[in-house]
Write a protein that binds this ligand. Structure first.
Ligand SMILES: [Zn+2]
Length: 406
């Protein structure tokens, strides 16, 4: 009888692929990395198309990419969530049998809740305007910052388009130079970069300014040595590599090798790295949305029979911060401290005017228009993912850098 160990154990082919497999699907996700330099090649696929009018066959370069619109929201306990917009997605239980039960009927509960989310925003905004006792510039600054965070906290937002771009990330040594494999060619990993439309536009523009195309280009990304995930991306620099300095130019045979890998690449499975691609059934999505809006729905129902009904989901607890004797709680410029704002709800006692550290304005742009047209607050798009990039242990950057998808 063969032993379990002999039957079930697997030889480790090499340490690098072991680490990559252990990291699961995360290894395919491209992540920004604190203080690091990345050299990325943007591969492409060539397609022959025949001009219907002239009959002439030409080849067209296309990015290896998929795109879709994504709804993003945060749960009450601050967890980042995302799902692909379900609008017009029709899916049957058995994809080969159109008569099997339908599991996606083309509706999107997240889209359907966007206006409710704006109603909540307006409710909170009006309450804050009515109860805020500040005046002048202080009032304006406080309200701007508050409304901006209310906009961020919306429970449902319009889906935003993202491109998932397949890229080649070269392995670099601690001097920033390429690492060569046994075949004499630079080592690399295929990665999927998640890019918002504005980010694609920015990179595209930078390439255009230097006279190159995005496809078939090599770009150097350099990330600042900061912990703030938003700054990590917004303060990063991208610079195109001169055509004659590109790895694919310097190393004959590299492009062929990359193209062979690209041809084998399958998008199937990227939901392990990008959970929004897991998808949801119509029923699941409705359940999630109904639960997010449970208290709002109750309030609307009660309001129909009781005009004084209140929506209490965001009613803040009595602040516990106490000012220190040294006056730390007072703004440095000697301005009146911000009074904690407690909505005038009967159950909540009126809070004395305890000086409190003024609310730090979030670093997001404040929407300046009425929410009847959706403003475009700058929303961080960074899912909070642990750094499980197995390459981190090889590139000499300490390996523990926080990561963020861009
Ligand atoms: Zn949708």
């Amino acid at each position: 009888m063969s032993s379990f160990l002999r039957t079930a154990s697997k030889q480790v082919a090499d340490v690098r692929s072991f680490l990559r497999e252990s990291a699961g699907g995360q290894s395919i996700k491209y992540s920004a990395e604190k203080g690091a330099k990345h050299i990325i090649y943007i591969p492409y696929i060539t397609e022959n198309v025949i001009d219907p009018e002239t009959g002439v066959e030409t080849s067209v370069m296309k990015p290896c990419a998929i795109q879709q619109s994504v709804h993003e929201w945060s749960t009450q306990d601050g967890k980042f969530k995302a799902t692909i917009c379900l609008k017009d997605v029709i899916r049957h239980q058995d994809e080969n049998d159109p008569n099997s039960p339908i599991i996606n009927d083309g509706t999107c509960p997240f889209c359907d809740r966007v206006s409710d989310a704006w109603d909540i925003y307006r409710y909170r905004k009006e309450l804050e305007e009515a109860t805020c006792k500040l005046t002048g510039e202080q009032r304006k600054n406080h309200l701007d910052a508050t409304f901006s965070s209310y906009a961020d906290e919306r429970k449902a937002k319009d889906a935003r388009p993202y491109m998932y771009l397949l890229v080649v990330k070269y392995h670099l040594n601690d001097k920033g130079a390429e690492v060569l494999g046994s075949d004499g060619l630079p080592e690399y990993d295929l990665k999927v970069m998640k890019l918002s439309a504005s980010r694609v536009e920015k990179i595209q523009q930078q390439m255009a300014n230097s006279g190159s195309d995005l496809l078939d280009s090599e770009i150097i990304f350099e990330y600042p040595n900061v912990d703030d995930r938003r700054l990590l991306v917004s303060q990063s620099t991208t610079a195109p590599v001169f055509p004659d300095r590109k790895m694919v130019t310097k190393y004959p045979g590299l492009k062929d090798k990359i193209n062979q890998d690209i041809a084998k690449f399958e998008w199937e499975g990227i939901e392990k790295s990008f959970p929004e691609w897991t998808g949801m059934t119509s029923v699941e999505a409705k359940k999630v949305c109904d639960s997010l809006f449970e208290q709002w729905d109750q309030y609307k129902k009660e309001l129909a029979v009781n005009p004084t009904a209140k929506y209490l989901e965001y009613v803040v607890q009595t602040p516990t911060a106490t000012p220190s004797i040294s006056g730390d709680g007072i703004a440095a410029n000697g301005a009146m401290p911000v009074v904690p704002q407690i909505p005038t709800v009967p159950e909540v006692p009126v809070v004395p005017t305890v000086p409190q550290v003024p609310n730090a304005a979030p670093t997001v742009a404040a929407p300046t228009v009425a929410p009847t047209v959706a403003p475009t607050p700058v929303v961080p798009t960074a899912p909070q993912v642990p750094n499980t990039d197995p390459n981190a242990v090889f590139n000499g950057n300490g390996g523990a850098a926080p990561t963020v998808s861009i």
